[in-house]
Ligand binder design. Structure first.
Ligand SMILES: C[S@@+](CC[C@H](N)C(=O)[O-])C[C@H]1O[C@@H](n2cnc3c(N)ncnc32)[C@H](O)[C@@H]1O
Length: 254
């Protein structure tokens, strides 16, 4: 068996991890990352409650936990939270923010966690950069208890919405900042290089054995609450992007 594809995948994973590690120090400064108290927190809570119900101490894994914003939200909803990320600088920030939560360093595609150990898995803004989503989804199903719930929040960050297309036509971008060039370069090589569409992810989840798969695009309350920090232009651009939540259940029996 040739070792070449594995070697190139490993390189891409390293690049993705280093990219996020380099962004850790300023990650919470960007609107849309930090969940602000008040209307934005309430809107995120409503989305999570709608799909997961009350926490009631259930074991929840926050995959790609970053600086711990989603972990914090889920702890507030009454879940018993474990965070997991592969970037040490991200984990360091999350540990300071949430000293009572256990944060593990691991690859979300190979968590090393025991089978059937979690009631709930959540993840925000991870799936679009997964190198091998089918393997990741099989792993998440393995870690979930029978009937356990998955909630992922993501978006297609490749296909421009109609306002973005219009803005680019009126004012074409001449050059990218080094950071955006790095981002675009990584994005061009991941599995969802053409954009992570909700229906595509739903098909892959079904192939991995997930059931009761539902796509929810009702994120308007979150986007409206974020508008104050984004400003009008970025807020409008965001609202025409394909952003969504997907929830699913692990089967009760194999
Ligand atoms: C856009 S940030 C999102 C952080 C957090 N989920 C949030 O919504 O605030 C992406 C995070 O995913 C992590 N990540 C990306 N791929 C990963 C993988 N395969 N395994 C573990 N963490 C990963 C990065 O280190 C980074 O912290």
């Amino acid at each position: 068996m040739s070792s070449l594809p594995q070697a190139s995948n490993r390189d891409l994973r390293d690049e993705i991890r280093d990219y996020w590690s380099d962004r850790a120090a300023t990650f919470d400064d960007s609107p849309g990352h930090r969940i602000t108290d008040g209307a934005e927190r309430a809107a995120w809570e409503a989305l999570f409650r709608r799909h997961l119900g009350p926490g009631e101490g259930r074991a929840l894994l926050d995959l790609a936990s970053g600086t711990g914003e989603i972990s914090r939200l889920c702890q507030g909803l009454g879940f018993s939270v474990t965070g997991l990320d592969w970037s040490e600088p991200m984990l360091a920030r999350a540990r300071v923010k949430l000293p009572g939560v256990s944060f593990l360093q691991a690859d979300a595609e190979r968590t090393m966690l025991p089978a059937a150990s979690m009631d709930v898995i959540v993840t925000r803004h991870l799936v679009w950069t997964l190198v091998d989503p089918p393997a990741a989804f099989a792993e998440w199903r393995r870690v979930l208890k029978p009937g356990g719930q998955l909630l992922l929040v993501d978006g297609d960050f490749v296909t421009p919405g109609w306002i973005t297309r219009l803005v680019r036509r009126l004012r074409p971008e001449t050059s990218l900042t080094p950071d955006r060039r790095r981002h675009a370069d990584i994005l061009s090589r991941v599995y969802f290089s053409q954009g992570a569409r909700a229906d595509h992810i739903a098909r892959l989840l079904a192939d991995a054995g997930f059931r009761d798969i539902r796509i929810d695009t009702r994120l308007g309350a979150i986007h409206r609450a974020q508008a104050a920090s984004f400003g009008l232009k970025r807020s409008l651009l965001r609202r025409t992007e394909h952003r969504y939540a997907i929830c699913a259940r692990a089967p009760l029996t194999d």
